[in-house]
Design a protein around this ligand. Structure first.
Ligand code: TYM
Length: 343
């Protein structure tokens, strides 16, 4: 059971948003608005852990904000903002840098993947990345965090940091009259058929912004033609679709395309297979392309309209940041007292 009704999630403004970001995260953010208090953040401070051109960073920040709004997130009823406007994220991240252990950071698979053989020569920020992510979530004491499967380890670390902070400072937390579980043990929300969308070129690799091949991913701003072409050319095996999910095992490309179809149509993979059992790719790929265009085109049209008015997007971000800051500052007041900082 989540500890409270608040949801937090973040997306990096680094490169173009793709179908994995949409199905694994943004699409799932939308219905949570009915039942939760939602805070959705464009994590620009995370993005600069690897080099970002400043103009491109501004463009990409607005693109993520536009995607949130175009997908159906209401920036007035909930909070949409960019991380760097609320300086408490950096402040709490520093405290967490002093709570978390270097060994914990070194074990992060995403750090190992990004650093590769070059781990001495990447930014210090890249190593400390998960500590800032824990700060994002815990500043707002969010009970649930909807993310794709690749963020699971980071969320486990967030729980470890919360636990260690609560233990290390238990006496001070009590002396300040605060709840002993000061930082909540956050629940990851990783569910549905699209928690890990794979590359269209290679079913064993995650769809990602950093893949050099543009054909490996569908970008949210792709035209209808580009979407259809990429799906038509997606790598597949020669077999027809099976009638049950178990038979997708060992067929990563088929599994991926069925998962995408399921997520785009809000169905399970089993339901999709019931409809398409025995169908060949000549039938399934055009159906998937039509569905993807039908779902994505209205979103990309709305995104383009929003991006034509960058001032309006910036105003939404500023307004969201102001409301986020009110919550974040309340937490930091308490944290400063807990840690022993004079204010
Ligand atoms: P980022 O920007 O890499 O990705 C944003 C969201 O998209 C999901 N995602 C995918 N889901 C399914 N299939 C894929 N191929 C795929 N690729 C990406 C990610 O899981 C994520 O949910 N560290 C985070 C950003 C972050 C954050 C946070 C998230 C910073 N602070 C606090 C939650 C809470 C990241 O790099 O996401």
């Amino acid at each position: 059971m989540p500890v409270n009704n608040r949801v937090f999630s973040g997306i990096q403004p680094s490169g173009d948003l793709h179908l994995g970001n949409y199905l694994g995260a943004i699409r799932r953010f939308v219905p949570l608005q009915q039942t939760h208090e939602c805070i959705y953040c464009v994590v620009d401070m995370h993005a600069i852990t690897v080099w970002q051109d400043p103009d491109e960073l501004r463009r990409a920040t607005r693109e993520v904000a536009a995607a949130f709004i175009a997908a159906g997130i209401d920036p007035k009823a909930h909070i949409v903002f960019n991380q760097s406007q609320v300086m408490q994220h950096a402040e709490l991240a520093w405290v967490f840098n002093c709570v978390a252990r270097i060994g914990w950071m070194n074990r992060m698979t995403q750090f190992k993947d990004k650093a590769g053989k070059n781990s001495e020569n990447v930014s210090l920020g890249l190593l400390a990345y998960p500590s800032l992510m824990a700060a994002d979530i815990l500043l707002y004491k969010a009970g649930s965090v909807p993310v794709g499967d690749d963020q699971k380890q980071h969320l486990e670390l967030t729980r470890d940091i919360a636990q260690k902070f609560n233990n290390d400072y238990a006496a001070s937390i009590a002396a300040n009259g605060l709840d002993p579980e000061y930082f909540p043990i956050t629940e990851p929300l990783i569910a549905g058929p699209a928690t890990r969308i794979m590359s269209l070129r290679d079913g064993t690799k995650k769809m990602s912004k950093s893949d050099p091949s543009d054909a490996s991913r569908i970008s949210l701003l792709d035209t209808a033609d580009a979407i259809a072409k990429k799906i038509r050319r997606a790598t597949t095996d020669p077999e027809p679709l099976p009638d049950n999910e178990a038979d997708l095992k060992g067929r990563p490309e088929a599994d991926n395309l069925v998962g995408i179809y399921a997520a785009l149509s809000d169905r399970s993979k089993a339901e999709v297979l019931t409809e398409y059992a025995g169908a060949g790719w000549g039938t399934f790929k055009p159906a998937l392309a039509d569905l993807a265009v039908a779902v994505l085109e209205p979103i990309s049209t709305r995104m383009r309209d929003l991006l034509d008015e960058p001032d309006t997007i910036d105003a939404h971000l500023r307004d969201g940041a102001e409301r986020a800051r009110t919550i974040a500052e309340k937490t930091m007041f308490e944290v400063r007292d807990i840690v022993g900082f004079i204010r």
